[in-house]
Design a binder for this molecule. Structure first.
Ligand code: ADP
Ligand code: MG
Length: 401
């Protein structure tokens, strides 16, 4: 299949060519015709499958063909990084098209606010926003939403994880009832279906390889004791031609500690987590993309959805508590059909969580023996930990207080 079969406007096709897009990805092939046909759509496909273009292209095409002018499209996203990334992709596709876009996200000083306000009042065609900030603007009454035609929720699952449900509902109340709703998500938990049920009319549904890491990712794991993790990274990266590595950790405290440890071992590493200012985050990401840093240490929320090409290696420094997060982390490598490697460090107390991941992805991840020089390592035996032990400990602590 070719992009030309969608009959996009010549200007949009020029943009596609400039971006180097030749053939549509499977999600694009399925989603684009539905969107052109004005259907509501729930699209569930793993990270890296090309969901952004799947909605940007048909929506831009419609705006251009129907000569729609003014605020017609609202894209809601969980993080500012994602908003910026989508805006960039839109600029690429839209290079030969006169469609205006505006990102609206939190942080920044009053000049940023004023700029967003101005853009909203002028009626940018496409607004890409995080929910909290969008509501703040909407509540002040100067945003004209009467022409809105497309509402897009990108990374809907993550927005709900981050507690944006009420915000989303509030935003929807500001919009005309007659509109096209498009929802994109890497996973489809029940709360997403509920959300879809309340805001969509008879949606089409596209589901692609749910909860399976992209093909082309080589997955493996190490059973380790906590103190073996940093030495193991050291062994894995030393004297190898590995240019870009993302290390995931669940908490920002861990991100800071790991980054510090890596720097101590002379690695070019930088951490990114929610304590950083917007500017600092952008800088870190840019420097990582430009290969100034070999290693980016990140929390799930920050790294989710960020598109960085050619990651050679993903390391899960800890086992994600939510099995779906594993799929997202692993999806950071092997984007758009390249190859990549994802390694997970499992400590004895994480075994049961890891077993849940293996159940979810319906395959057993190969456990590589820890190099002998790092000392004796634990064995993988997910049944060995008494069920509920952690809970019991927590309860005891609570009583003490
Ligand atoms: P998702 O939102 O599903 O995680 P993205 O939309 O971020 O995925 O796309 C992942 C990467 O693949 C991006 O770098 C994007 O530019 C690239 N990509 C998407 N579709 C195509 C295509 N049809 N041809 C070439 N590259 C593509
Ligand atoms: Mg995406």
């Amino acid at each position: 299949m070719k992009f030309s079969e969608f009959n996009f406007t010549p200007e949009l096709m020029d943009g596609l060519n400039a971006m180097g897009f030749e053939t549509p990805s499977p999600v694009q092939e399925l989603a684009i015709p539905e969107i052109i046909a004005d259907k509501d759509l729930i699209c569930c496909a793993q990270t890296g499958t090309g969901k952004t273009a799947a909605y940007l292209l048909p929506v831009m095409d419609k705006i251009q063909k129907n000569k729609i002018d003014g605020f017609s499209t609202l894209i809601l996203v969980p993080t500012r990084e994602l908003a910026m990334q989508i805006d960039q992709q839109m600029e690429g596709f839209g290079y030969f098209v006169s469609i205006t876009s505006l990102s609206v996200y939190g942080g920044g000083d009053s000049s940023v606010w004023d700029q967003q306000k101005r853009g909203l009042m002028e009626g940018a065609d496409v607004v890409i926003a995080t929910p909290g900030r969008m509501i703040s603007h909407l509540n002040l009454g100067y945003v004209n939403t009467t022409k809105l035609k497309h509402l897009i929720l990108d990374e809907a699952d993550r927005m709900l994880d981050m507690g944006f449900y009420e915000d989303l509902m509030q935003i929807v109340n500001h919009l005309p009832k007659e509109r096209q709703n498009l929802m994109f998500s890497a996973t489809m938990p029940s709360n997403i279906r509920k959300l879809a049920g309340t805001m969509m009319t008879d949606p089409e549904s596209i589901n692609i390889a749910i909860s399976k890491p992209a093909e082309g990712v080589l997955q493996a794991a190490y059973m380790v004791y906590p103190e073996q993790k940093i030495p193991l990274i050291n062994t894995l990266l030393t004297d190898k031609d590995i240019k870009s590595v993302i290390i995931f950790s669940s908490t920002k405290l861990n991100v800071k500690a790991i980054t510090k440890d890596l720097k101590k071992h002379k690695f070019k590493a930088a951490g990114i987590q929610s304590d950083l200012e917007q500017k600092e985050r952008e800088e870190v990401l840019r420097d990582f993309k430009n290969r100034k840093y070999q290693i980016l240490v990140a929390t799930d929320i920050i790294a989710r959805g960020i598109d960085i090409d050619s990651i050679d290696l993903v390391i899960n420094f800890d086992v994600p508590r939510d099995a779906e997060d594993y799929v997202h982390r692993v999806g950071r490598t092997a984007r758009a059909e390249t190859e990549g490697v994802a390694l997970t460090f499992i400590t004895p107390k994480d075994q049961i969580d890891f077993k849940k991941i293996e159940d979810l992805i319906e395959s057993e991840v190969y456990k590589i023996p820890v190099p002998a020089e790092l000392g004796e390592a634990p064995e993988y035996n997910p049944k060995s930990r008494p069920a509920g032990k952690r809970k019991f400990v927590k309860k005891k602590n609570l009583k003490k207080k």
